[in-house]
Each structure stands twice: as structure tokens, then as C-alpha cells.
Design a protein around this ligand. Structure first.
Ligand SMILES: Cc1cc2nc3c(=O)[nH]c(=O)nc-3n(C[C@H](O)[C@H](O)[C@H](O)COP(=O)(O)OP(=O)(O)OC[C@H]3O[C@@H](n4cnc5c(N)ncnc54)[C@H](O)[C@@H]3O)c2cc1C
Length: 386
């Protein structure tokens, strides 16, 4: 269909929403973004952009901007909790070695600046409470104002208001894991992620630009914790939880000031991604656990996928059907791979842990390409071409 002139209302000025606005506007759509936050604040911590997400940024003309705002990753190093190396995955062995560590606020700034250059309006302080599909779909904000368009793109994240309208309410379940997130100042700039694996806990850390370091520390826990990006905690609780880890981890944690705590929940991937004139994009369709670092990458893939499906279709409805066909199976595969990953880091029975670490070490020294090759299906996919 001809996207030119298509009126699109985008709910959510996050990564998926802004990328969709850019992708569709480049084809001549008239996009408007409605964001609940009173201002586009600098929030969040580190994100990983893998090659499958980077190709979308590149296609949006933001590849160079991302390179400048981020640290290009060379490796992922798995260590046991004392700090001893288990295996090093060489990211240069990827078919497309484009793997980056970036602060979420800096990625958002890149996207916001690009929307400003294209004249796409972002209206802040508009919290959407209702979504109605139909021949002329519409949304209602907290003031009661109704906004209608040809297409509503719901990129309103984890607690999407559109998803239950299309799918009914789903009850996510607590995985028994919580994650602390923090950014510290650091002089160590080795361009690699380190994963320290201990019984019932693991910690991932990687450098960000301008001498900062991102930390995500996961602990198994019985008691329930809110699923929120903004809940804070006392850094002392984090230090206590990892007190038996080796010096590299303890030294890092000694420098943690403000810290966020986030309960990890499993959500099913939405069964229905579209209704009359409404489409779900990003976390609204498929919230994921963080163990494959694919939340932002999938949102970028969706944004491009939606434009591609509309481009190739003969009608809006046909385009939305094609969009779900293009995206759903891949999102399901990624979300389940992320869910399976958690236990691998947390083996608490020592013989099992030693055997698993031995197998990893052996794999890393005998067939390093095979270790990275298991990610070809994920990182080798290019939605802008394949
Ligand atoms: C504040 C915040 C901090 C985050 N920090 C990290 C992090 O440190 N590391 C990490 O890996 N991931 C983080 N994420 C998640 C990550 O950005 C997403 O998983 C991923 O980028 C998917 O993007 P998305 O566009 O689907 O959702 P998001 O990027 O979450 O964007 C959703 C947007 O929709 C807006 N919104 C929600 N409901 C409404 C509504 N009713 N009306 C209007 N607007 C609405 C939100 O304010 C937000 O701007 C964070 C998300 C948020 C919102």
C-alpha cells in the first residue's frame, strides 16, 4: 500500500515508538507521538544493541550516531563467582560484528533528535487510558481528549493499555528472580561484557561511554517484587547479596550509589498483534526477560517490520496481518530463549556447576566459532534485507 499520507498515532515515545515513527515518516506517513511522561527525561541504564537491532538503526540513518554514543563490544567473558575465567566469546567472530553497549538515555536522544529533524511532533504529558479499534481507530488521554488516526501504533511498553484490548488481561508470573540495575563511574574500559556466575545469582557488567559502567545483578528470591523500571533500593542490600563473590565484583559494588530493583516476570507473547487499525510494537507485544538482552533490539526489528509489511501489502488490514506473520514466531523464539537462559548461570549444585563450566571451557578452546555460531539465528537476521 502507499504509506504516503497515512495518519499514524504512536502511543509511547520509547525505543519502539520513536523507531516506528521514523521508519514510517521516511515513507511519507504523517506521524504524531503521544507520550505519558511529562517530559522526555533521561531514564534507564545500559542497553545492548546487537547486530539485528543495529541494522535497523543503520537503515534509519543513525548507525554513526550510535557508534559515537556507545562502546563497541569485542567479547563476552563468562567467569565463575570468584572471578576466574570460564570462557570468552569473541564477538568479532559474528558474521556481522556490530555489537554495542549504550545508555538508554543516549539511544533515546538519538531517536528524539532524528524525530525533530523530520518534524515529527512528540506530545508529552499525554497518558492514554483507552484505545478503540475500528474504521477510524482512536485513543483517549487522561484529560478525556480523543485522538483519532488511520493507524494507532501501540508502543506503550510493558504495561501497555492496548495489549489487553486486543488480547484480554493476562496474568504474568513472578519468576522468583529480581534484578538490581546501577551505573557507576569506572576507569576500566575493556570493551567486553563480563558475566559472573554464582549459585542462585549472577552479575553482568559492561562499559558505557564517558567512563561509566553498567551493572545488572540477578538474585533468586521467593518474595515478590514489583515489575517496574523505577523502583529504588538500598545499595547495601545489593552488596550483601553478592558479599561472597570475588574481589572484582565486590570492588565494583562498593562504588554503587543509587540502585534500581526490578522484579522479573514472565509474560506470554501476545496472541493478537493487531485489530482494526491498531498494531502492537515492542514490549507491548512481547515483554521479555533480560537474559538475552533483546528488548530494545526486538522493538527496533518490529518498527522496521511494520513498515515493511505495510509497504508490501495492498491494504492496511493486509499489512497488519502480514506484520504479525513476519514478527510473531521470531519474538516467541527470542522470548523463550531468554527465559531458558537464566538457570544456566545460576547452577547451585557444585558438581553440576563444575561440569557445566568445564564443558563451556572446552567448547571455547576447541571450537570457539561454534560457541558464537549458536547465536547466528538471532544476530544474523537482518529485517531490513532478509
Ligand atoms: C523508564 C524506563 C527505563 C528502562 N531502562 C532499561 C534499562 O536500563 N535496561 C534495559 O535493558 N531496558 C530498559 N528499559 C526497557 C527497554 O527500553 C524496553 O524493553 C525496550 O526498549 C522495548 O522498547 P518499547 O518501545 O517497547 O518500550 P519502552 O522503551 O519501555 O517505551 C514505552 C514508552 O511508552 C510510554 N507509555 C507507557 N504507557 C503509556 C500510556 N498509557 N500512554 C502514553 N505513553 C505510555 C512509556 O512512558 C515509554 O516512554 C526501560 C524502559 C523504561 C520505560
Amino acid at each position: 500500500m502507499d504509506i504516503k499520507g497515512l495518519e499514524c498515532l504512536i502511543l509511547g515515545g520509547g525505543i519502539g515508538g520513536l523507531a516506528a515513527a521514523l521508519a514510517l515518516s521516511a515513507r511519507g506517513a504523517r506521524c504524531r507521538v503521544l507520550e505519558q511522561a511529562p517530559a522526555l527525561r533521561e531514564v534507564g541504564a545500559g542497553l545492548q544493541i546487537s547486530p539485528n537491532g543495529f541494522v535497523v538503526l543503520e537503515a534509519l540513518g543513525l548507525g554513526e550516531g550510535l557508534r559515537q554514543a556507545s562502546v563497541q563490544a569485542k567479547a563476552v567473558r563468562l567467569c565463575d563467582y570468584s572471578g576466574r575465567d570460564v570462557v570468552r566469546l569473541d564477538l568479532d567472530q559474528l558474521e556481522r560484528p556490530w555489537y554495542f553497549f549504550v545508555h538508554r538515555a543516549e539511544l533515546l536522544s538519538l531517536l528524539v533528535e532524528a524525530t525533530a529533524r523530520m518534524g515529527i511532533p512528540i506530545e508529552t504529558g499525554r497518558r492514554i487510558l483507552k484505545v478503540r479499534s475500528g474504521a477510524r481507530p482512536s485513543v483517549e488521554d487522561q484529560t478525556g481528549a480523543v485522538h483519532a488516526a488511520d493507524l494507532i501504533i501501540a508502543a506503550d511498553g510493558l504495561h501497555s493499555v492496548a495489549r489487553p484490548v486486543l488480547n484480554g488481561e493476562a496474568t504474568p508470573f513472578f519468576t522468583g528472580q529480581v534484578a538490581w540495575r546501577a551505573v557507576i563511574d569506572s576507569d576500566s574500559t575493556a570493551p567486553e561484557a563480563q558475566v559472573f556466575m554464582g549459585p542462585k545469582r549472577h552479575l553482568v557488567t559492561y562499559p558505557l561511554s564517558r567512563g561509566r559502567r553498567n551493572i545488572v545483578a540477578v538474585e533468586e528470591r521467593r518474595s515478590w517484587q514489583a515489575e517496574s523500571w523505577s523502583q529504588t533500593d538500598d545499595a547495601e542490600n545489593l552488596r550483601k547479596a553478592f558479599a561472597d563473590f570475588g574481589a572484582p565484583v565486590r570492588d565494583m559494588l562498593a562504588r554503587v550509589g543509587p540502585v534500581n530493583l526490578w522484579g522479573l516476570f514472565r509474560h506470554p507473547v501476545a496472541r493478537t498483534w493487531h485489530a482494526d487499525g491498531v498494531a502492537l510494537v515492542g514490549d507491548a507485544a512481547h515483554p521479555t526477560l533480560p537474559f538475552l538482552a533483546q528488548g530494545a533490539n526486538m522493538a527496533l526489528e518490529d518498527a522496521w517490520g511494520l513498515r515493511r509489511a505495510l509497504d508490501d501489502a495492498s491494504s492496511l488490514t493486509g499489512g497488519l496481518v502480514a506484520y504479525q506473520e513476519l514478527r510473531q514466531a521470531r519474538a516467541e523464539r527470542i522470548v523463550s530463549a531468554a527465559s531458558r537462559n537464566a538457570w544456566k548461570y545460576h547452577l547451585s549444585f557444585p558438581p553440576l556447576r563444575m561440569a557445566a563450566h568445564f564443558a563451556l571451557r572446552l567448547g571455547g578452546s576447541v571450537a570457539p566459532r561454534r560457541l558464537t555460531g549458536q547465536f547466528d539465528w538471532l544476530y544474523g537476521y537482518d529485517i531490513t534485507h532478509d
